[in-house]
Design a protein around this ligand. Structure first.
Ligand SMILES: [Zn+2]
Ligand SMILES: [Zn+2]
Length: 318
């Protein structure tokens, strides 16, 4: 079964995708993303391809309304995999900067390409790194979901940003960046075009956000120099993470870009990257438990300014 169902209690869409239950779990011997594995017979550099177990499809089956409250829609959309490198043991923290630059170009190309599908409303690019966040393959890769609806947390961001713009006549994130640059206490790393901060409103103990200093709605609008500087900041942040506890640091990395096929949010939406790491200490996990899951209210056991100080003091060789 593949369909999306409307939750009349919350206004959320839930994708029912029974196929994903057949996804392979950590294979012990053969990696499908290595050359010679299930996906690649030939050598490659980096690559994007359709997810074999998609939760959203361009040819999603038709659905029929049976009840006006229990609304259903086709699970139209696309799920793609982006393999960062041919090297199985690599990671964003270990990849050369020019490889991350190529990855950013691929993200931009896919974002543009998927936005051409008329039913796509939101393109979400992300990486789950580590078994603790459900990554089933260790080979460095990320994913891309082209949604036929605006997911709930994105909707919350759009609502807050639009309201802020209407009240202040400026972009909320532009104003946040101005404050962070002035105070400096939450800055983890900075270059000419980007800042990496533990945000004032961090939900996870070592959460880091990457903000472009220039107001852009998506990575498509970044110029070549900015793409280079974004790859550098992504490498620095992930290197700092790995050095923090001297271990491959598990995280969810998510790109938040303006909705596609909708010009309403261009002025208020400012592209940003969120790293949501699950570790609260070397051997402790911050779980998304009842309060966080049920209410979306997070209790962060770490003072953001302290986390920023720790991450800032981790020295990396750029
Ligand atoms: Zn591999
Ligand atoms: Zn802005």
């Amino acid at each position: 079964m593949l369909e999306r169902r409307y939750n009349v209690l919350t206004g959320e869409w839930v994708i029912v995708s029974a196929l994903t239950q057949q996804r392979p779990t950590n294979p012990t011997n053969e990696c499908p993303l290595c050359v010679g594995g299930a996906e690649f017979s030939e050598p490659y550099d980096l690559c994007s391809f359709d997810n074999r177990f998609p939760s959203l499809r361009v040819d999603a089956p038709e659905v029929y309304y049976e009840d006006e409250i229990y609304a259903k829609e086709r699970a139209l959309g696309k799920c793609e995999v982006v393999v960062y490198t041919v090297e199985h043991e690599s990671a964003m923290s270990l990849m050369p900067v020019h490889q991350i630059e190529k990855l950013i170009k691929m993200w931009a190309d896919r974002y543009l390409e998927l936005s051409k599908l008329p039913f796509v409303k939101y393109v979400f690019i992300f990486e789950n790194r580590g078994a603790q966040v459900g990554a089933t393959l260790p080979h460095p890769h990320g994913q891309l979901y082209a949604f036929p609806f605006i997911p709930k947390r994105i909707e919350a961001k759009l609502t807050a940003l639009t309201r802020y713009f209407d009240e202040h006549h400026s972009c909320a994130l532009c104003d946040v960046i101005e404050r962070e640059l002035k105070h400096g206490e939450r800055i983890v790393h900075e270059n000419e075009a980007f800042i990496a901060v533990v945000p004032f409103y961090a939900r996870w103990p070592y959460e880091v956000h990457v903000y472009p200093k220039r107001h852009v709605g998506s990575i498509v609008e970044l110029n070549n120099k900015e793409r280079y500087l974004l790859s550098k900041v992504l490498k620095v942040v992930t290197m700092k993470y790995d050095l923090l506890f001297q271990q491959a640091f598990p995280y969810m990395m998510m790109l938040f870009q303006a909705p596609v096929n909708d010009v309403r949010y261009q002025h208020a939406f400012h592209f940003h990257v969120e790293f949501n790491p699950v570790k609260r200490d070397k051997d402790k996990i911050k779980w998304m438990a009842s309060v966080e899951t049920g209410t979306w209210a997070f209790i962060n056991p770490k003072i953001p300014e302290e986390a920023a100080r720790e991450l800032r003091s981790v020295e990396v060789l750029e």
